[in-house]
Design a protein around this ligand. Structure first.
Ligand code: HEC
Ligand code: HEC
Length: 300
């Protein structure tokens, strides 16, 4: 178990984030960017807001137990799978480059290339409900939506609106100059992952009794990671309708979007497994072409 390695732990009263300067030396203090720390949920008082925020955190870490496909109340079955938001938004959305949920609140409404327009934080969250969670959207006034938004807002305590904290998203990994290889990945999976995640990658259901606690995950080279990821994404998965409507401007589509259509003429296969550099080059060329041929592009 790693303990608070990425963040300076702050003894923040009532869960408020503390902004401190990176250095005590006055000369550096003027130029050093402020350090923001993830606020401490345990320090929130046991009032209505504190309870709402804690419920939001629980919905992130154990989504399946509250709005999963097997919960007792059919009206609460919003997610279509037994994942938790926290399976992808690591450490309850507080881990740098683990697609954190911190520091987001003041960034929304935010332009979404996938949508081709601005979206609210509720829209963004529902995009994960309908895609990643293979489920249906939570309605704006629902208690679950309120709790999730309260949690995400809490995780932005002390962040000025519009400021983008470092560590958002997934970070970067060195790319291969070949396609990632699901066949090699299958062997890598058998070698490194199968012992815990099972033959078909079913994994261990946290909602079921198991002994899945206290393990260390293996370290992989970039090559192993790409190949194993290729094996994982080569498995059958639910297919969402109308994916072809995503990214109205196809030149804004991420090069690794594994579904067409594309503006660049490369295959779905290459968009899924790489190599991505040639695609990126072609997209840049098309963008430049489009830029110069635009008759009356407004001055910048
Ligand atoms: C299977 C993985 C997965 C699951 C499960 C998942 N998400 Fe996401 N989520 C993503 C990915 C990938 C992104 C896009 C990250 C990026 O753009 O860098 C994302 C983005 C987001 C964002 C915007 C983050 C940003 O940096 O702009 C929010 C908010 C969010 N998800 C909320 C949720 C919530 C709430 C749940 C659970 C109901 C959830 N997600 C479940 C994968 C997932
Ligand atoms: C020693 C056991 C073990 C091995 C080996 C292992 N995992 Fe895991 N993995 C786990 C457990 C336990 C979890 C659930 C962690 C949690 O929910 O906090 C997990 C979770 C995950 C998740 C979801 C992220 C999360 O934290 O919830 C992914 C993705 C994953 N493993 C991929 C892999 C891959 C790929 C490999 C092989 C390279 C691998 N794992 C090897 C035990 C293992």
């Amino acid at each position: 178990m790693r303990v608070g390695c990425s963040y300076v732990r702050a003894a923040a009263a009532f869960g408020a984030a503390v902004v401190i300067l990176a250095s005590a030396a006055p000369a550096r203090a003027q130029t050093a960017p402020p350090i923001w720390t993830v606020p401490e949920i345990g320090a929130l008082p046991d009032d209505a807001n504190g309870r709402l925020v804690r419920r939001g955190r629980d919905l992130v870490t154990a989504t399946y137990a509250h709005i999963g496909p097997e919960v007792a109340d059919p009206a609460k079955r919003f997610a279509g799978n037994n994942l938790a938001c926290g399976n992808c938004h690591l450490q309850a959305g507080t881990k740098k480059f683990g697609i954190p949920l911190f520091g987001l609140f003041g960034l929304f409404p935010l332009y979404s290339a996938r949508q081709g327009g601005d979206i609210s934080i509720e829209d963004r969250l529902n995009a994960c409900m309908t895609r990643s969670m293979n489920g249906r959207a939570l309605s704006a006034g629902s208690s679950e939506m309120e709790a999730l938004v309260a949690y995400i807002k809490f995780l932005s305590t002390g962040v000025p609106p519009g400021q983008r904290l470092p560590g958002l998203g997934v970070g970067r990994m060195p790319e291969l100059d070949r396609a990632a290889d699901p066949v090699r990945g299958r062997a890598g999976y058998a070698d490194k992952c199968l012992v815990c995640h099972g033959t078909n990658g079913d994994g261990l259901r946290r909602s079921l009794p198991s002994d899945d606690l206290g393990y260390m995950m293996p370290q992989l080279s970039p090559e192993q990671a790409w190949d194993i990821a290729a094996y994982v994404v080569s498995q059958p998965r639910p297919h969402k309708a109308n994916l072809d409507k995503d990214f109205p401007d196809l030149l804004e589509k991420p090069v690794d979007a594994p579904y067409g259509p594309y503006a660049d003429g490369f295959s779905e296969q290459q968009h899924k497994y790489g190599p991505f550099a040639p695609i990126r080059l072609e997209v840049a060329r098309l963008k430049a072409e489009k830029g110069t041929s635009a008759p009356t592009s407004p001055p910048r």
